[in-house]
Design a protein around this ligand. Structure first.
Ligand code: CP
Length: 310
């Protein structure tokens, strides 16, 4: 069966659990999976810059014994000549077995999925969704906290444009006992649809605050985000808001000893480098886990598509 992953909601809670368990096994026993996708190819179609997502998809496929092809900017593809996403994916469907697409326009991977005969994975679309970052985040939380329920999660920074936070809130709202503290300047609060269609609709407890220090002692997880310069309409607003929150040693001292500090990366100024040595800072480990959850996703989608044996 041909399946695409465009939003975290495309996967049931049971499927998320299966992917997380498979990723943990791949992490512990990588050699057991080193030929599972031999002869298969992933196309990474990145119309927007990326370090972690593109390279971890490629590392994931190489770890599974497969191969990679693709482009890393719209300028180096025929999009620069005006080719549509629909035409591009029709062609790529005959070159590769699975595709990961990042695009600045919200909904572009969904359009690709409608014209594709291979599985399409959304690798980030505008300010909308980033489901494989969320899978990475869930694996990190499950592995390092030992649970996905009964957690107080503080999301801090650019909650308006930060697609990783939108996907994380949507995904974590499906677990019991999860509560959010949303820390942002007024201008960078979460979009209203998340408040009405996710948090209020599901009766999730949340508060919106503008000061990080006040809420640090309450958090099991502090999820920091960068202010998304590329999504601002004017530079003055970005400059005014970019350093709204800077996590440093003093603020870390207010947090619980077992709190985790996560960040999808790249970081700009929002976490001082002095925090990196704190054992609660797990963002580099989080980036490493991204390879294993993408291995699990590629393997599962290719198996479901009947392209590899189980
Ligand atoms: N976390 C994340 O999406 O990083 P990149 O933009 O480097 O892929």
């Amino acid at each position: 069966m041909l399946r695409h992953v465009i939003s975290p909601q495309d996967l049931s809670v049971k499927e998320l659990e299966d992917l997380i368990n498979l990723a943990k096994d791949m992490y512990s026993h990588p050699s057991d999976y080193s030929e599972k996708c031999k002869g298969k190819k992933i196309a990474t179609l990145f119309y927007e810059p990326s370090t972690r997502t593109r390279l971890s998809f490629e590392a994931a496929m190489l770890n599974l014994g497969g191969s990679v092809l693709g482009f890393s900017s719209a300028d180096s593809s025929s999009a620069a000549k005006g080719e549509s996403v629909a035409d591009t994916i029709r062609v790529i469907s005959s070159y590769a077995d699975i595709c990961a697409m990042r695009h600045p326009k919200e909904g572009a991977p969904q359009v690709a999925a409608m014209h594709s005969s291979i599985p399409v994975i959304n690798a980030g679309d505008g300010g909308h969704n980033h489901p494989t970052q969320t899978l990475t985040d869930l694996l990190t939380i499950s592995q390092l906290k030992g649970r996905l329920n009964n957690l107080t999660i503080g999301c801090c920074g650019d909650l308006k444009f930060g697609r990783t936070v939108h996907s994380l809130i949507t995904a974590m709202s499906r677990y019991t006992g999860v509560r959010f503290i949303l820390i942002s300047p007024d201008e960078l609060k979460i979009p209203n649809y998340l408040r009405t269609e996710v948090l209020d609709a599901k009766g999730i407890e949340y508060e919106e605050v503008s000061k990080l220090e006040d809420v640090m002692p309450k958090l099991d997880i502090l999820y920091m985000t960068r202010v998304q310069r590329e999504r601002f309409f004017n530079e003055e607003d970005y400059i005014r808001l970019k350093d709204s929150f800077i996590l440093d040693k003093e603020k870390m001292a207010l947090g619980r000893p077992d709190m985790l500090v996560m960040h999808p990366l790249p970081r700009v100024n929002e976490i001082s480098t002095e925090v990196d040595e704190d054992p609660r800072a797990v963002y580099f480990k989080q980036a490493e886990f991204g390879v294993y959850i993408r291995m699990a996703l590629i393997y599962t989608l290719l198996k479901e598509a009947g392209k590899i044996e189980g």
